[in-house]
Design a protein around this ligand. Structure first.
Ligand SMILES: NC(=O)c1ccc[n+]([C@@H]2O[C@H](COP(=O)([O-])OP(=O)(O)OC[C@H]3O[C@@H](n4cnc5c(N)ncnc54)[C@H](O)[C@@H]3O)[C@@H](O)[C@H]2O)c1
Length: 416
């Protein structure tokens, strides 16, 4: 492993799109908060519930549909997945008629043509921006899983489709859980508004876990060249997933960029594949991010072995420490203590809150695009760290912003 760290001169680092710029962008004047006339708010013709279609009917898609159903304001009326077995298992579970189950690469488009009010997108990350853009084009509200994209052009596509959603007065929400957690919100408010840990000098961001994809390796090994096997095993494919730093570790990187509320200036890193026997994604990353004012955050992730499971971000200030954990303790220790607390059920309460917010936006027309800019920033930050780690060299935010590289899984022969 090779890790090099170097301090840089201070700078403001705002070369990318910040939250304010996003809201003030072309054609988005009405995006931050717009109210639809009741007549424009779309609802299912057959009931007052929101007619919901799922794009991606695997683990998360099938699980989260249950949360939409539990909310009570949605009716699951359609489903699209590349694979018939997935869409049928989903369709049987949620009583989706056979005529509204869609398969193949263009299944999502056929579902949009068959009309739904909203989609929940839980397909592999490589497809997210395409699915989201098509939904907005069709006049459909978008509820989107993280990460939104695997490369910089994909992130720009998300910004563009979110802007278009603003113009068309459609809801568009990206599902991060920690940002809904009142303990996170209060602790970060105290740090940002009250300066409760003083000036932040350095921090740590980590995601340590076992492999989340044990079934994908045997699945792929049946025939590693078969495009359908590769699609089923998307989690261990760089282009389909964005690698673990983008696909999984985005949770802690999102905590980091939320707390610091700045774009990183640069990253330097390394990583590797030490345990997994198939696929081309790393199973550990070590990256050092430099933020404006010489704030250094050390990021680490691993996805193998047993006995360590934590998604954490700590910031060390001149007067205290902010300690945050996904579904774990959140608090401040130092001159100004904040006992905080833990929402150990955040994996469920987070999306449940987002689903309720999404419902309120769709039905009231009071649209709020506040999840877009911070999500794009953390997604871009994962790509910054990934690029630095692949290069084993320094990579700057300015270089990232110029990147036109599009990851390509080279999947030929899939059914349309
Ligand atoms: N905490 C969280 O926010 C959280 C947790 C888990 C998963 N996720 C996200 O949910 C997404 C799905 O993850 P998963 O664990 O359910 O994976 P999964 O493999 O179980 O499900 C993905 C599904 O998408 C289908 N699919 C593949 N290509 C498709 C295409 N072109 N069009 C339509 N469907 C396609 C697959 O057949 C599969 O059924 C990922 O983006 C993941 O990051 C988020």
């Amino acid at each position: 492993m090779r890790i090099t760290s170097g301090k840089t001169s201070a700078g403001d680092g705002h070369s990318g799109l910040n939250r304010r710029e996003f809201f003030m962008g072309a054609g988005s004047a009405a995006m931050a908060f717009s109210i639809m006339k009741p007549g424009l708010v779309r609802g299912s013709q057959v009931s007052s519930k929101i007619s919901l279609g799922s794009i991606g009917c695997g683990n998360r898609g099938s699980w989260i549909a249950g949360l939409f159903q539990k909310h009570g304001g949605y009716e699951i009326t359609a489903a699209a997945d590349y694979f018939p077995d997935r869409v049928n298992a989903f369709g049987d579970k949620y009583n989706v008629p056979a005529s509204r189950r869609f398969t193949g690469l263009k299944g999502f488009q056929r579902m949009l043509d068959a009309k739904v009010d909203a989609v929940v997108i839980e397909s592999p990350p490589y497809y997210h921006h395409t699915h989201a853009a098509a939904a907005v084009e069709a006049g459909v509200h978008v509820y989107l899983a993280k990460p939104m994209a695997v490369d910089v052009p994909g992130c720009h596509s998300i910004e563009a489709s979110a802007r278009k959603a603003g113009e068309k007065k459609l809801a568009y929400l990206i599902d991060f859980q920690t940002r809904t957690d009142p303990f996170f919100q209060e602790a970060i408010r105290r740090v940002q508004k009250n300066g409760d840990i003083g000036r932040i000098i350095s921090g740590e961001s980590s995601y340590v876990a076992s492999s989340p994809w044990p079934k994908m390796i045997p699945e792929l090994m049946i025939n590693p060249q078969d495009p359908e096997r590769r699609l089923r095993a998307w989690g261990i494919d760089r282009a389909l997933s964005g690698d673990i730093i983008t696909e999984q570790n985005i949770h802690t990187i999102d905590m980091m960029t939320w707390i610091l509320d700045q774009n990183p200036l640069k990253a330097i890193g390394t990583g590797g594949l030490g345990s997994r026997t198939a696929g081309n994604v790393y199973d550990h990353f070590s990256v050092i991010f430099t933020f404006p004012s010489d704030v250094i955050v050390t990021f680490y992730s691993k996805q193998y072995g047993e006995g360590a499971n934590d998604i954490a971000c700590q910031m060390y200030g001149t007067e205290g420490t902010l300690d945050t954990h996904y579904a774990g303790d959140v608090g401040i220790k130092g001159k100004s203590n904040y006992l905080g607390g833990r929402d150990s059920t955040l994996y469920t309460t987070g999306p449940a809150r987002n689903i309720a917010t999404f419902y309120d936006q769709v039905t009231s027309g009071k649209l709020d695009y506040s999840t877009i800019a911070p999500s794009v920033r953390s997604n871009l930050t994962t790509i910054l760290g990934r690029t630095a780690a692949y290069k084993c060299a320094e990579f700057t935010w300015d270089e990232l912003m110029k990147s036109e590289e599009q990851l390509d899984p080279h999947l030929t022969g899939l059914k349309e």
